[in-house]
Design a protein around this ligand. Structure first.
Ligand code: ISE
Length: 338
């Protein structure tokens, strides 16, 4: 590491990758972007030009082999993740991989196997909600047990809009996947079955997308989690959760920012996308990853969490397509990830 600063190769320079390059350059301490990678060389070069000492590549493996690259941040589309993860593991490089770990459980298992063969954890999965201050508060409250056993979680996940190419499967794999991870993490329970219900579709949704959808998870300890997933609500980005426990309830995500009174009305702003809503969570996530990497450790959501989410997504997509309650097919958690 150059004077203790972690040199990072950022793979993928779309919305998320570009935002992480900005963050690593201007917000995170102890790290710098040494390389950016994109199949679109012009896009990677334009980004690299704005960062001192950063080189643009089109091949992830070439960037990983470059002098001064100590760690990898994967923000490319999901289907490209497996190869990039295996390349990073083969080079013993710590990785922060945006979700999904990989697009399906079978490929996620290959990644788990490769990581276990290295003999130590190297992968952190980018489930950023685990770093959001409100989610952390809720987690802390549930862990202290003051409210008693959690029985239900009510979740709402609303996007203002989505691209025209957004599909029903993406609604599960791209969006509801966050609730799968949060439910597992908050409740410390595994999801065992998924059901999906579709009310009358919003006529403003892209062709072929049935939106909103109501997704229900059952857990191995008997809790129920319901998720209102509304990807085209039109008014903004909202992520809310309420835990219902034996001794009380706790709710987060109300977005109590500044409230104004004006012309006979009161109100406030609604964030418009996840980059804004979870800005602070992304900052904390990256800082913790860099700090752990500098100490030679890997923390945060693991490849196991990425695999578990992929397995639940598979059940979710089947439940959505068939209209039937679908059980989750998962391997036993290996001792390595306990
Ligand atoms: C997007 O890919 C994300 O990861 C966001 O966090 C999520 O809220 C959004 O629905 C997804 O499309």
């Amino acid at each position: 590491m150059n004077q203790g600063s972690v040199g990072i190769a950022v793979i993928g320079t779309g919305k998320m990758g570009a935002d992480h390059v900005r963050r690593l350059t201007h917000v995170t301490s102890g790290a710098h972007v040494a390389a950016v990678v994109d199949l679109d060389h012009a896009r990677a070069s334009a980004l690299a030009d704005g960062v001192d000492g950063c080189t643009a590549y089109t091949d992830p493996a070439a960037a990983m082999d470059a002098d001064g690259v100590d760690a990898v941040l994967i923000a490319s589309p999901g289907p490209a993740h497996e190869q990039a993860l295996l390349d990073a593991l083969a080079r013993d490089l710590p990785v922060l991989c945006e979700k999904p770990l990989t697009p399906d459980a079978e490929s996620a298992l290959r990644v788990l196997k490769a990581e276990q063969e290295r003999g130590r954890r190297l992968i952190q999965v980018g489930f950023m909600r685990r770093f959001d201050s409100e989610y952390l508060q809720l987690k802390e409250l549930l862990s202290r047990g003051e409210l008693g056993r959690p029985l239900m979680l009510h979740c709402r996940h609303r996007n203002a809009s989505v691209h025209d190419y957004f599909t029903n499967e993406m609604l599960i794999n791209d969006a509801v996947v966050h609730e799968m991870d949060c439910a597992r993490w908050l409740l410390e329970q595994e999801i065992t079955a998924v059901s999906v219900f579709r009310p009358t579709a919003n006529s403003g949704a892209p062709e072929g997308l049935s939106d909103p959808q109501l997704v229900v998870f059952e857990t191995d300890a008997g809790a129920l989690v319901n998720v209102e997933m509304f990807a085209t609500c039109g008014f903004g980005y909202q992520v809310q959760a309420e835990a219902v426990c034996e001794g009380g309830t706790a709710r987060i995500g109300e977005g109590h920012g500044m409230l104004t009174n004006r012309a006979g009305r009161w109100g406030g702003d609604i964030t418009q996308d996840f980059i804004g809503r979870f800005a602070e969570a992304y900052d904390r996530e990256l800082q913790r990853w860099v700090d752990a990497t500098r100490e030679g450790r890997t923390t945060g959501p693991s490849a196991w969490d990425g695999y578990a989410a992929a397995a639940v997504c598979e059940a979710g997509v089947t439940a959505q397509a068939t209209g039937r309650r679908t059980t989750v097919d998962m391997i036993e958690r290996p001792a390595f990830y306990r």
